[in-house]
Design a protein around this ligand. Structure first.
Ligand code: NAD
Ligand code: UPG
Length: 429
């Protein structure tokens, strides 16, 4: 089938490549010419394992990138909208990019098309997209709309897209739904057919539930800290219950990224607008926001003043195996360390600090051992395997003060203590 993706970000690029890999002919459209030029050179402009290799096999065979909206819309019958839906100041999702994408389709549509909203959008938006495109009385063919939420995670996007737990198709139109079945015929996971509104809600409720698991375990971890119980044993013991499951019970600095924080906020706004406030979810958000403060508080219990102390921060991305720093907790920690007047050195296997942070006196080192030289405290903020695999004896030999605060419970505390480090995670010492 001929498929267009409007928005070549993390989702558009990944899903575009995956559909091309499954034999469809895919066009990737973006307003950002630099991104399109880079993709056309065969380079994925963000870091996501496996995508670069897949692009090398599909480029100019089954996937094409362009900034020409007219041609792209005219030549494709299935059109995915994969633009961003970031938070506005009041927490609601900004639909400006979705509206712009709808405008392009309205302007250039020349045949009956199926428009698939894959961006995470507030409940009721897909119906609005239908109206925005079809409303103008220009006698052009009507489009059908479908809501098809995306559940991939950054860092494992390709694997998630190829092997999803489920495919949700929200449509009130039989023809559109059957086109979606055809598009995804090579996938063997469960398919759920439902209404567009339910599909939108499934996405928000899923992310909010996972965020709830994280804030819940973080609260239990804080209690464990005070009563000397190891949270990792607790998570393991809980996760062995099939009804609970082991995933998303890793205590730490809380959730960041481009999805959980903004999607929790949007659902809270929708709930308030409908006079049905979600009390648990409010607390989930609040607990998450406080997690960085809790971590700094733990450090300050041991080192009351960080002024002029060399603090090494390991990890900038919001999670491992991605270069995405949107709402990364590492940056909240950096802000607090700057306020404390610490001398900050950071390391990340992939992410480069922007000049904004360098101008504030934060130093970046490309080598984790070099960064650790003369450190008075090391903070692990992202659980990259790189840090698990460091030679910690070598690190021990270069630091001034052997103290590690592990904000992601990345290391094995018992092993680390053998090297005479003072080591604290979140929810165990
Ligand atoms: N990132 C994820 O892991 C993930 C997973 C599931 C769902 N989602 C959801 O998918 C959506 C996209 O997320 P993302 O992280 O890929 O976003 P992103 O910010 O990485 O990419 C969005 C792209 O859309 C482009 N764009 C904006 N307006 C455009 C227009 N009018 N025409 C063409 N291109 C346009 C931008 O230039 C950008 O390249 C969001 O709603 C997000 O919540 C994201
Ligand atoms: O046990 C855990 C699991 C995750 N996290 C943190 O939670 C955040 C989000 O992690 P993850 O969910 O793995 O990454 P995302 O790429 O943000 O993926 C989420 O958001 C996407 C966008 O909506 C959805 O598609 C995915 O299903 C959903 O998992 C990160 O900061 C993690 O460090 C924890 O603190 N503890």
């Amino acid at each position: 089938m001929n498929v267009l993706f409007i928005g070549m970000g993390y989702v558009g690029t990944t899903m575009g490549l995956v559909l091309a890999n499954k034999g469809h002919t895919v066009t990737g459209l973006d307003i950002n010419k630099e991104k399109i030029d880079t993709l056309n050179k065969g380079e994925v402009y963000f870091y996501e394992p496996g995508l670069q290799e897949m692009l090398a096999t599909e480029l100019n065979k089954r996937i094409f990138f362009t900034t020409n909206a007219k041609e792209a819309v005219e030549e494709n019958d299935l059109i995915f909208i994969t633009v961003g839906t970031p938070s506005l100041d009041d927490g609601s999702a900004d639909l400006i990019y979705v509206k712009e994408a709808a405008k392009l389709i309205r302007k250039y549509r020349n045949s009956e098309k199926v428009v698939i909203v894959k961006s995470t959008v507030p409940i009721g938006t897909t119906e609005k997209v239908h109206e925005w495109i079809n409303q103008n009385g220009d006698k052009k063919p009507l489009v059908k709309t479908v809501m098809n939420p995306e559940f991939l995670r950054e860092g494992s996007a390709l694997d998630d897209a190829l092997n999803p737990d489920r495919i949700v198709i929200g449509s009130n139109d039989v023809h559109a739904a059957s086109q979606m079945n055809k598009l995804y015929q090579n996938w063997s996971c469960p398919f759920l057919h439902t209404t567009p509104k339910a599909a939108e809600m499934i996405k928000y409720a899923s992310n909010s539930f996972l965020a709830t698991k994280i804030s819940f375990i973080n609260e239990i971890a804080k209690l464990c800290d005070t009563i000397d119980v190891n949270i990792q044993d607790v998570s393991k013991g809980m996760g062995l219950d099939d009804r609970i499951g082991p995933q998303f019970l890793q205590a730490g600095l809380g959730y960041g990224g481009s999805c959980f924080p903004k999607d929790v906020r949007e659902l809270l706004v929708t709930a308030d607008q409908n006079q049905m406030p979600l009390e648990i979810l409010k607390k989930v958000d609040e607990v998450n926001k406080n997690q960085a403060n809790y971590f700094i508080g733990k450090i300050k219990k041991r080192i009351p003043s960080l002024k002029k102390k060399k603090v090494v921060v390991y990890g900038l991305s919001f999670k491992p195996n991605t270069d995405d720093i949107r709402e990364s907790v590492s940056y909240s920690i950096l802000e607090q360390l700057i306020e404390e007047k610490a001398e900050i050195v950071v390391h990340d296997p992939i992410v480069k600090l922007s000049s904004q942070w360098l101008n504030k006196g934060v130093v970046q080192c490309d080598d984790a051992y070099e960064a650790a030289k003369c450190a008075e405290v090391i903070l692990i903020c992202t659980d990259w395997n790189h840090y698990k695999n460091l030679d910690w004896l070598k690190v021990r030999n270069v630091v001034s003060n052997p103290v590690i605060f592990d904000g992601r419970n990345t290391l094995n505390g018992e092993d680390i203590k053998k090297y005479q480090f003072h080591y604290e995670g979140i929810g165990f010492c």
